[in-house]
Design a protein around this ligand. Sequence first.
Ligand code: NAD
Length: 500
Amino acid sequence: MATTNSQATDDDAVMSDVKNFIDGQYRESAGARTFDNINPCTGAVIGRVHEASQEDVDAAVQAARAALRGPWGSLSEAQRGEMLHAVAQGIERRFDEFLAAECADTGKPRSMASQIDIPRGAANFRVFADAVKNISTEAFRTATPDGKGAFNVAVRKPKGVIAVISPWNLPLLLMTWKVGPALACGNTVVVKPSEETPTTTSLLGEVMNEVGVPPGVFNVVNGFGPKSAGEFLTEHPGVDAITFTGETRTGEIITQAAAKGLRDVSMECGGKNPALVFADCDMDKAIEGTLRSAFANCGQVCLGTERVFVQRPVFDEFVARLAREAGRFRLGVPEDGSTDMGPLVSHEHQRKVLSYYQLAVEEGAEVILGGGVPEMPAELAGGAWIQPTIWTGLTDDARVVNEEIFGPCCHIRPFDTEDEAVALANATPYGLAAAIWTENVSRALRVAPQVDSGICWVNSWFLRDLRTPFGGTRQSGIGREGGQHSLEFYSELQNICIKI
Ligand code: NAD
């Protein structure tokens, strides 16, 4: 790990020392408070994190505001775009460091982080740098009583200082998903990464410095939510807009903070996503897709499937095959090439997921697979391990089939008709993602628009094009990001009306 952000400990093991990044410099906390960074595979302390005080957050917001007026503000879109392409290259140049840091913080398999998390971290800068250049704004020619007319032209301007609050499940990917377009639109940012996974966000500060992004454009404050960096930042009057990814309950709290001063919010929140498996599906594809959607990243994907509805003629076959395949998953450490599934992110999250495993039994589930903590080798016994779990037999009002668990588990329930499947899919307060498995195109086109979700995949899952709208309905979020929708959130449109 890089020197600005790490330290050697007494026993000479390299421990990460994750500082706040303010005005282009790594700083210890003004309040001298730190907290431990824990490896979820072993429970060992792998570093310490400097918790930002109110004073640190204030300094970060002020630095971000000053940078809006400095050299950053005078760059053209094309110049900013070049710089963001250089950031993407900088991430790629230090790919192995980002990969090691992400895997150490999350415990996720290297195979996943190297194919998804880190490449998407770089892509988020390229895609939005290009989007700003290539997506135009409106222009109208307007009639006037004197017959001479007028032109109306809309121009995009930065919103100002953007607070970015990000979660722990895909730390670099989800943080850059917001920082990329925010910077492409000319804003400056103060990022509060999750307390569980702060390292790659902090490391990005080094890349920003290396490629010459002016100080104050990208700032990082570490800490927790309530009465810590998260609350200090979202309550700060110097913040012009807040973009958040995380739990719905946290989103509600942040939306209340944003109401002061009528600051704009973008909310990407939780889900309880359904998969609808019709009898006319390609069963191999449906099994392979559901294995990924329910268990990838140890079930810690907002778009993941926790409710599977299978048409009755293929129900038994589907349950048996999914359980057989999921039962073969190899649990292990990120570095082991044969690992299919890592641990959960923390013991706190493990306690939450296990409480749902317990509740499922109390609510009358038949446990088809898993349901507890696996036996691991002695050196991993302190980790937050959990078994992939499949249930059937719960009633539709069971808490386990209505509340987001965010673990490697799903409940499978049979259905008979298309209408029934749609009603079941829409029966929670969430509306983030859905997957439909059918070889009948007419059915797919009929069913998909009836499902209340921000994204609905047909015969796939997690197939993402960053130009498309992304977000959730109802309790899954407010607004859309992606492509032009990100540009809409991260800029103010000013209409200039020119009388001829
Ligand atoms: P979380 O809500 O606990 O935390 C998210 C971030 O908010 C963290 O940085 C946390 O420190 C901060 N925070 C917490 N309380 C705060 C407060 N009062 N004020 C300001 N900041 C506060 O979420 P999590 O556990 O990190 O992530 C998992 C959740 O994220 C799941 O619900 C998942 O569905 C959701 N998620 C949604 C999407 C999406 O795109 N819709 C993507 C990934 C994850």
